[in-house]
Design a protein around this ligand. Structure first.
Ligand SMILES: Cc1ncc(COP(=O)(O)O)c(C=O)c1O
Length: 465
């Protein structure tokens, strides 16, 4: 009862995901479908419909057509978000016992895949903005030094994963990074959960999808960065480094045997919206509107940070000594709900619906907050104590399954974690199963606990002696 009531209430300014803005920006054909008799569209994998792994039927045709339009060899629609398709991709890229090179700001879903797939995550550090507490992007030179160090582990590295753009919308020069990875004869999977609309190539000054730079596999979360329903996602593949048959076997391992036809239709329509003229026009006007909003806020001295995605607005709360987590609560009370509250920032996702009159309301709320809390000295964040490249001390899978003790963080030095410590959102693990808690990591986690009081516990579960 409670849930149904909540789902139909609509009083706030929604600056969170899904990007369709509570239905406002859903493609017309999906809106029309949902206006029919409720449930008429809820069908099983009938012969004419098929499914993402069935070679005939409407879904196979639709996947073929989407892949052709985007210019890749194959694609598969997914109904368990980018999570499901990233995990399937990893299982396709590496066999149990092989290693995968991933950045420290990897989403937890990829670590989970290592855990149940018996893969070894070799995690590499990324540059860090101490003024806001965000992972930043890196360049080819950085990646070259990562490779040099990673080779010292003498593991059988099967693939590399990149995250682009980040949740906050920072985007790297993907062309040079992909070239570097290919120069080592390795395939690359790009987690582009937050960058689906980059396939539109709508303006030359905006980031382009890694698809256009030859990435072997790319995963898009169609509800985060396209007008798809929650859980809709797509996996694109091209080139000859990853066998489509292996991909399908891996999708089959994780996919439900009853994929929702509504979600699959939403995959199709949200991709079409990103490549057909009507959808492109809408996207263009959303971006123009977002840029005007940004300019307005900056003129009113709202502290915003620069990024590469105009549809993500990052409020820099630590610039005046305030926590994004606290500020989020205050915005919510005044009817603006943001997406990603972090210790130094609050990121708002404008999505694909219009927010024409947002500027004045935003400034009024922000000015009220600053007046009531007062401006303080800027707050800076310590760099995480990660070495350039590291791998868990013990395999992730066996650590996760080990008997454990629950110990206070202060008493955890020298112990091995059985769990992920991972504030969500953003879902980036600060500790993964199998990692050793040395003094620097424990002190940093204790520090992080002060910044994320409701998300990080005083206790951590470690392998029993
Ligand atoms: C970088 C990144 N990758 C993947 C995901 C998973 O996406 P989904 O929610 O579609 O499963 C997220 C979710 O927040 C994310 O931030």
């Amino acid at each position: 009862m409670g849930l149904l009531k909540l789902l139909s209430a609509n009083r706030s300014e929604n600056l969170f995901l899904p990007a369709h803005g509570r239905g406002k920006a859903l493609p017309e054909n999906i809106k029309n479908l949902m206006k029919l008799r409720p449930g008429i569209w809820d069908l099983p994998e009938l012969f004419e419909i098929g499914g993402p792994l069935i070679s005939e039927g409407a879904i196979a045709e639709s996947q073929k057509s989407s892949a052709y339009e985007v210019g890749v060899d194959r694609c598969w629609y997914g109904v368990n978000g980018a999570t499901g398709l990233l995990q399937s991709s990893l299982l396709a890229l590496a066999r149990p016992g092989q290693a995968v090179l991933m950045p420290r700001n990897i989403h937890k879903s990829c670590i989970q895949a290592c855990l149940f797939g018996g893969l070894i995550p070799i995690l590499f550090n990324v540059p860090y903005f101490t003024d806001r507490g965000h992972a930043s992007v890196f360049d080819r030179k950085w990646l070259q030094s990562v490779f040099k160090k990673a080779r010292e582990f003498e593991e059988d590295i099967a693939a590399v994963v990149l995250v682009n753009p980040t949740y906050q919308g920072y985007s790297a020069d993907m062309e040079s990074l992909i070239k570097e990875i290919h120069s080592h004869s390795l395939p690359v999977l790009v987690d582009e959960a937050h960058g689906a609309y980059f396939i539109s190539q709508i303006r030359p000054d905006l980031p382009k999808s890694a698809i256009y730079f030859g990435a072997d596999l790319v995963v898009h979360s169609l509800h985060k960065s396209a007008p798809g329903l929650v859980q809709s996602a797509v996996l694109w593949s091209q080139g000859d480094k990853v066998d489509p048959f292996t991909i399908e076997r891996s999708i089959e391992l994780l996919q439900t045997s009853s994929p929702s036809s509504l979600l699959l239709a939403s995959c199709e329509s949200s991709i079409k919206d990103l490549i057909e003229s009507k959808g492109l026009k809408k996207l263009e006007s959303r971006i123009d509107e977002a840029e005007l909003l940004r300019e307005f806020l900056i003129n009113k001295e709202v502290p915003l940070l620069k990024n590469n995605d105009p549809l993500r607005i990052i409020l820099h709360t630590s610039k005046i000594g305030l926590s994004g987590i606290e500020i989020d609560k205050r915005f919510m009370r005044k009817g603006i709900i943001g997406e990603l509250a972090e210790p130094g920032t609050l990121t708002f996702c404008l999505g694909l619906s219009s927010h024409k009159r947002l500027g004045k309301k935003f400034v009024r709320i922000w000015d009220d907050i600053v007046r009531s809390l007062g401006q303080q000295e800027p707050c800076f964040f310590k760099k995480p104590p990660f070495s350039i490249v590291s791998k868990p001390y013990k395999p992730c899978s066996s650590s996760w399954g080990s008997n454990f003790d629950k110990v206070n963080l202060h008493d955890a030095i020298g112990r091995i974690s059985v769990e992920m410590v991972c504030p969500y959102p953003p879902g980036i693990p600060l500790l993964i199963p199998g990692e050793i808690l040395d003094e620097a990591r424990v002190n940093w986690l204790i520090d992080q606990k002060c910044f994320w009081p409701e998300q990080i516990s005083d206790f951590v579960r470690v392998i029993s002696h």
